[in-house]
Ligand binder design. Structure first.
Ligand code: KIV
Length: 263
């Protein structure tokens, strides 16, 4: 089946229509999002929200391939981006062989790599070898231990200029789109105005070409804490807890199964 979007159609949306992107980690939810959303990202955030790990760093290629395959089964109409996990693109050759795995073993249309100027050689090598690349700049979760925490970028002149330069470098290296995370809104605006490729924000304000959110945050299934930039569109966690409590009560009281559930 033909997908709704191609790289070209997504790029044409810049300045015309905002791009809506959401993460998915399995076929059940990717199927619900299929047809509603422009892009699905199989983000390594799954390591935290799906696998219960404290950060994204222990996700590996086998885990990401497993989840990307499942997402592909559920969302046959949607452009799918797979996250390259931490430590799998430290050299351009390693990046290429792991990207090739995504293309050979899943239906992913593109891969996402974190990094700015320091990642340009890799991005160039991937694109020269037929891999579509989404960049990821600003706050980069895979660098959080190295940086000693998660810090919003662009708060001072140096940080502002660095992220702007990163965006320009990533575009020049051949990325067809870039995600910018956790930056001041003026910086995100400047990026969107200066880059010709779509700039997708997360915690980056509204003056960008599109938005991405982690599905379990925006639907309230992960409700231990809510980052400031997340809007909850559903109170999923509460609905699940109430429904399960109701089921348990009905089982204990002999109310379930009722006549209509019995052969
Ligand atoms: O892993 C992820 O879900 C991401 C988004 C937060 C952009 O990289």
């Amino acid at each position: 089946m033909k997908k709704r979007h191609t790289i070209k159609s997504l790029q044409k949306m810049k300045g015309v229509e905002k791009i809506a992107m959401i993460t998915a980690y399995d076929a059940l939810f990717s199927n619900l999002f299929d047809g509603e959303i422009d892009i699905i990202l199989v983000g390594d955030s799954l390591n935290m929200s799906f696998r219960g790990e404290p950060d994204t760093l222990s996700a590996d290629m086998d885990i990401m391939i497993y989840h990307t395959k499942a997402v592909c089964k559920g969302a046959t109409n949607t452009f799918i981006v797979a996250d390259m996990p931490f430590g799998t693109y430290t050299t351009k050759e390693e990046a290429l062989s792991n990207s090739i795995r995504f293309y050979r073993e899943t239906c992913a249309d593109a891969v996402k790599v974190e990094g700015g100027i320091e990642r340009t050689e890799t991005i160039r090598y991937l694109t020269q070898n037929g891999i579509a690349v989404v960049g990821h700049i600003g706050l980069m979760p895979q660098s959080f231990r190295g940086e000693g925490g998660y810090f919003v970028k662009g708060k001072d002149g140096d940080s502002f200029q660095k992220v702007l330069n990163d965006g320009l470098a990533v575009e020049k290296a051949g990325a067809f789109m870039v995600v910018v995370e956790g930056v001041k809104e003026e910086l995100a605006k400047e990026l969107a105005e200066n880059l010709t490729i779509p700039v997708i924000g997360i915690g980056a304000g509204k003056d960008v070409d599109g938005q991405v959110l982690v599905w379990s945050d925006m639907l309230g299934f992960f409700d231990k804490f809510k980052p400031k930039f997340v809007k909850r569109y559903l109170d999923g966690g509460e609905l699940v807890r109430q429904s399960v409590a109701n089921y348990v009560k009905e089982v204990k009281e002999g109310l379930f199964p009722a006549k209509e559930h019995i052969y």
